[in-house]
Design a protein around this ligand. Structure first.
Ligand code: MRU
Length: 352
């Protein structure tokens, strides 16, 4: 396994192109993929070279810029029309993480509202993508601090369970759920992390575990079906997960398996937290039932690597996300503080 001695940034703007850490080959290989066009960025999001809601948003923002940069016209109306088409293509990549749509809308609005020549608008679009990225990094650090303030006060050293990867790899850097865990580690409040392996894509086993190893954070990987047993044994003091989209009533979509984790957390009296930036809240949706759930290819279930697991003649269902109802969430940890899911509408003004 490769180890790094520098912060993890999954999306890097360098020499007029984007470099992405290829998250499909970690932890066995650490490779950067060069992205020079919006079409390549759309493919990278679809194939999960870059994944995790805020990281997808950052990547899409750069995708919008790359597309805008290559539009050959001096006329603003034609430029805006073409960038609208690029936005539409990027929106088709993944349906659940609202950060994708949020970042694309922000870039589109910038293109429409910026005055000046096309070249000036293009330059402003690059600055906007860079700002989205820089803001997300800052936001994650604030989420980390706010999360630390609401973690259980006993015992002094906590064992925290997380699901999927809501770390630096899933954001501009630092992470949301893993940001809270990082802050707890830095503050001397963390004993260890339990990482659900997170079938079928194994983001916990591959990515969260890799990030913890980079930072020297003790990590125990368990398969998803072991979490209830660990809670029953008193091994887990809190659960912190990320989110892909949070509805206006506090229902939160996250990686498949999160809902089950919330149910067993309640059963065992283990506090269950969701950590996410305001850009993950979709105030347009009344509740979680309205959140579109991505369904991915069945091969993610019937194959592990090149090995086929199931016999022919079997049907499959592969939803990539599920929705945890607000009443199972103790608090939603944002950059503006930790709030009860019921109070989420109070953040609407701040988000505008
Ligand atoms: O399918 P993925 O790997 O993009 O799913 C990622 C998750 O579910 C994360 O928990 C979520 O995006 C939050 S990332 C800070």
């Amino acid at each position: 396994m490769k180890s790094l001695s520098k912060p993890i940034y999954p999306v890097i703007w360098q020499d007029n192109k984007v470099l992405l850490i290829d998250q499909t080959v970690l932890p066995n290989q650490y490779e950067m993929v060069e992205i020079s066009s919006y079409e390549d960025m759309a493919k990278a999001i679809k194939t999960m070279i870059v994944r995790g809601a805020p990281a997808i948003g950052v990547a899409a923002a750069y995708g919008m810029y790359l597309g805008a940069r290559d539009i050959k016209t001096d006329q603003k109306d034609k430029f805006v029309e073409k960038i609208g088409i690029i936005a539409q293509e990027l929106r088709q990549t993944r349906p659940t993480a609202v950060n994708l749509f949020w970042a694309i809308s922000r870039m589109l609005k910038t293109a429409q509202e910026t005055t000046g020549t096309v070249a000036e608008i293009q330059a402003t679009l690059l600055k906007t993508a860079q700002k989205i990225q820089a803001d997300d990094l800052q936001t994650c650090q604030e989420i980390g601090e706010n999360g630390l303030a609401v973690l259980p006060t006993e015992p002094q050293k906590l064992t925290i369970l997380t699901h999927c990867n809501a770390g630096a790899l899933a954001t501009a850097g630092y992470g949301t759920a893993l940001g809270v865990i990082r802050s707890a580690w830095t503050a001397g409040r963390l004993e260890r992390v339990y990482a659900d392996e997170t079938r079928p894509r194994l983001q916990g086993a591959k990515l969260t575990a890799w990030e913890c190893v980079q930072e020297g954070i003790p990590v125990t990987v368990i398969s998803d079906n072991m979490a209830a047993h660990c809670m029953k044994q008193g091994l887990i003091h809190g659960v912190v997960v990320g989110a892909d989209r949070i509805a206006a009533n506090g229902d939160a979509a996250n990686k498949i398996g999160t809902y089950g984790l919330a149910v067993i957390s309640q059963m065992h009296n283990v506090p269950f937290f969701v950590a996410a930036p305001l850009s993950t809240i979709d105030f347009a949706l009344e509740n979680g039932e309205q959140i579109p759930i991505e369904e991915r290819h069945p091969s993610e279930i019937y194959k592990v690597g090149e090995t086929r697991l199931c016999p022919d003649g079997v049907d499959y269902y592969n939803p990539a996300f599920d929705v945890t109802p607000a009443n199972l969430i103790k608090a939603i940890i944002t950059e503006k503080g930790a709030i009860k899911p019921d109070d989420i509408l109070t953040l609407r003004e701040v988000n505008n």
